[in-house]
Ligand binder design. Structure first.
Ligand SMILES: NC(=O)c1ccc[n+]([C@@H]2O[C@H](COP(=O)([O-])OP(=O)(O)OC[C@H]3O[C@@H](n4cnc5c(N)ncnc54)[C@H](O)[C@@H]3O)[C@@H](O)[C@H]2O)c1
Length: 433
């Protein structure tokens, strides 16, 4: 039997309360005193600090600068990187305080909101520390690396307690279409949900192979902190490729399943209102980009089964971007949400949600619903800023949703690596294979 939203929410809250309570004791004093120190009125200027000022960090800085020029009451107050040339460049361009280590940025009282745009395996640690320092967080996807399930769990617990606001950098969640679909499913239009399918197809491996190498002779030292880059990943000798082109390597990335599928899967999990999967299978490989350095797959599919009697499938390759339906989002594949009474998807005109009833006697009538708002990364930021001002934790892409999405992605990657089906114990919150 399907659990209601409130039952599921209660289960999640009970878990977070139970497993988070031990950690609360130690950090509560610091945590809550910092929180009150950071409180701002609805009209106060919010200071934003960006950690990791590579490609994505600079894109965020550009957006934040533009927003400020448009009248948003925000200020870029600080930037951080462990590679000094990038740090100095960003600090100069955005007139922000420069920090060579993220702990110093987190101690800066002029930073209210922290944007984390470091490599995947660093996000979780910095997000936890940011919340514990009393900051609100915009954290890039994937929320953690694929081997960091325990860290993801800890971040979910940390985000659940206290009042800090969290937005994951899945900007597709700024598109109203997913929230509209979620409501239609909740209102019973498709009947009992049974299957969600989505994907991410594109052509090109620029995201891994063509990451810019600023200096082929770069070396660890005063201007490059290799230990900070490694984080909890295996200790390895410095390599220019690993440092600048980290998306090629499994120690720091996972290929499309972790890099791209958060953009496609997050909304499907949210629309279906499902909690944690019982089983997940992941299969993939390097089907096209078979050069020596690349370790991560370029093609990957996953199927997840849920206790709510719902299945979810995500397909994709970086070797072919053929699209046979409407494009909504970045992955050339629009989700189809199937239920016992009919299906929801998007019309080719890209302006309407389409409900198609099952072709059976007594079926419901076909229906169309105008889509209210398109994806917009600036609106994704504004949603976070509004939540920071109103102290609502209900952002478009909150940590609770990120936890549910990332667990499926992590399980699929572990399944692929070990050639086994991954199982989830929802009582003890553990993955096993
Ligand atoms: N939402 C999106 O559409 C989108 C797009 C691109 C990238 N991203 C995400 O943004 C993140 C960054 O990707 P990128 O392409 O900008 O990578 P990048 O390598 O260009 O930038 C990462 C920066 O982080 C710095 N860094 C590494 N370890 C650090 C640490 N411990 N502390 C502080 N700085 C550290 C690096 O020196 C580098 O400058 C990734 O997780 C990626 O998935 C999201």
């Amino acid at each position: 039997m399907k659990k209601s939203d409130s039952q599921r929410d209660l289960t999640r809250r009970q878990f977070l309360k139970k497993s988070g309570s031990a950690a609360i004791g130690l950090t509560a004093a610091v945590y809550f005193s910092d929180v009150s120190a950071q409180s701002k009125g609805p009209n106060d200027k919010l200071g934003v600090g960006v950690i990791g000022v590579g490609g994505r960090g600079n894109a965020h800085l550009g957006m934040l600068k533009w927003m400020k020029e448009q009248g948003d009451n925000i200020e870029i107050t600080a930037v951080c990187d462990i590679y000094r040339p990038r740090l100095d460049r960003a600090a100069k361009e955005y007139n922000a305080k420069a920090y060579f280590g993220h702990k110093d940025l987190l101690a800066d009282k002029n930073v209210d909101v922290v944007c984390i745009a470091t490599p995947d395996h660093i996000h979780g640690y910095q997000a936890i520390e940011a919340i514990e320092a009393g900051k609100d967080v915009y954290c890039e996807k994937p929320v953690t690396h694929w081997r960091q399930f325990e860290l993801t769990k800890k971040l979910a617990q940390t985000a659940a307690k206290g009042d800090r606001v969290f937005q994951l950098g899945t900007q597709a969640m700024s598109d109203s279409v997913w929230h509209q679909m979620k409501k239609l499913v909740k209102d019973g239009l498709i009947g009992q949900p049974v299957y969600g399918e989505t994907g991410f197809f594109r052509i090109g491996d620029w995201g891994e192979k063509d990451m810019p190498v600023d200096d082929p002779n770069a070396k660890p030292g005063n201007d490059l902190n290799w230990e900070a880059f490694l984080g909890d990943s295996p200790k390895r000798e410095f390599s220019v490729d690993r440092f600048f082109r980290w998306r090629l390597f499994e120690d720091y990335a996972g290929g499309p399943v972790t890099d791209l599928y958060p953009h496609s899967l997050t909304q499907v999990i949210d629309i279906l209102g499902i909690d944690m999967p019982s089983t997940v299978a992941g299969i993939g490989g390097i089907n096209r980009y078979t050069y020596q350095l690349r370790e991560v797959p370029d093609t990957f599919s996953l199927i997840a089964q849920y206790p709510e009697k719902v299945s979810v499938a995500v397909m994709g390759t970086q070797a072919n971007d053929f699209n046979y339906g409407v494009v909504r989002g970045s992955g050339q594949r629009c989700p189809v949400i199937r239920g016992w009474d009919g299906s929801l998807t998007i019309d080719r005109n890209n302006k309407e949600i389409v409900f198609t009833p099952l072709q059976i006697s007594g079926a419901k009538q076909p229906q169309r619903f105008a889509i209210e708002r398109a994806e917009d990364n600036v609106q994704h930021w504004r949603n976070l800023i509004e939540c920071c001002r109103s102290r609502s934790k209900n952002t478009w892409s909150p940590m609770d949703l990120a936890f549910r999405t990332q667990t499926v992605l992590q399980m699929s990657m572990l399944s692929f690596k070990q050639g086994k089906i991954a199982r989830f114990d929802n009582v003890n919150k553990q993955i096993s294979l």
